[in-house]
Design a protein around this ligand. Sequence first.
Ligand code: GLC
Length: 442
Amino acid sequence: MEVLLENCKQVLAENRSASGDYTRPAPGPYPHQWLWDSCFTAIGLAHYDVERAKTEITSLFRGQWANGMLPNMIFDGSVEYATDRRIWDSRRSPNAPEDVATSGITQPPMLAEAIVRVGDQMDEDDRLRWYKQTYPALLAYHSWLYTERDPRSEGLVFLIHPYESGLDNSPPWVNQLHMNHSPFLIKAFDNPVGRFIIESRRRDTKHISPGERIDDIDALLYHWVIWRLRSKNWDIRHIEARSHFMVQDLTFNSILIRANHHLAKIAKDIGHEIPEWLADRARLGRRAITEKLWDPESQQFYSRNYISADLIKSPSLATLMPLYAGVGNQQQTERIIHLLKSPDYFGTENPVPSVPVSYPEYHELKYWQGPVWINTNWLIIDGLRRAKQHELAGKISVATLDLVKTNGVSEYYSARTGQPAGARNFSWTAALIIDLLADTKK
Ligand code: GLC
């Protein structure tokens, strides 16, 4: 395992940005700073370089909008990425920062977890200083999430683009995308010439086999949603009035519930109290997940369409995420554990597939439609430990370490064979393996 540890550190050294302030997710397809990637990366870095871990997080604040939003991407400023910056054109919004170009949407709120994990590696004085330094940005972010994305005060926030979920093309999101598609666009591009045009504009498929990425037409529709949002200058009041693409995403809301817990702890430790309305919303959210996102018939959790209030009953590993949130009654938790152990669902040779293997939506190597990802394994392991399911947590942790040790530090892997797929030398894989390795030494 020493070799594995050294490999992971090497990946994080090589993926460090030229400025040294953040870590790129991978060389090639991912040249910018991504929000939840940096949070996962900081968790690993903190084990051997606390200063770099702190910088990884504070450099995310460069991109924070005046309304508190943390964007999923802060763009590299070099000439070669001018097109990426233009596609999003964040400066159309008066809330966007002036000195850096960002996206106009967010990503799962792993920030509070990362702040706490980095703080765990410090002595008490340093930790309190760290908490005081990061608390205002974190509080502003959580406040923004509930103010803009939970206007009905339900405790569940909605997302406006699949990228915000972090699980870009998972079946529930593809389902919603196709329900709200533009038939004209699909007709114009779903042919060899149209696909060629899309293909020529994609960076990811120049580095990675197209069979391991989002389908071309789906990729086009993702851009179509960006165009629509950009045309509203990223202003949620206009987006909400017009858009029918709003989803109360299960993974995102589960992560937010856990993040609320960390936010409250950080506030308490530095002698603050989070605003009462925010604490209320967090309480509501815990109940809302178990009551509104649970389907008694299939005995599973799902995301929900914000407009119609219908559950989106497409299979994905999101159904396991309430475990990470630490919510669910005994029956719901037992069901999640059953799904995790069942070979027809998530109990594969290499756990945990992003889509249950017995479903037609499962594709062995296609991005978030089947492969194993190390960040979601990490969330599941953490949730299992807090649910006192130590045996299963240990099993998945050992399997995850073996998977990466045998197949290299990749973006994702086949749940059946362990075959690596996607980008190689992937930062959050490296960082979270470092964290899991540290756990085995405890
Ligand atoms: C992809 C993933 C997303 C990740 C990003 C950078 O878009 O779906 O979760 O943050 O790549 O690694």
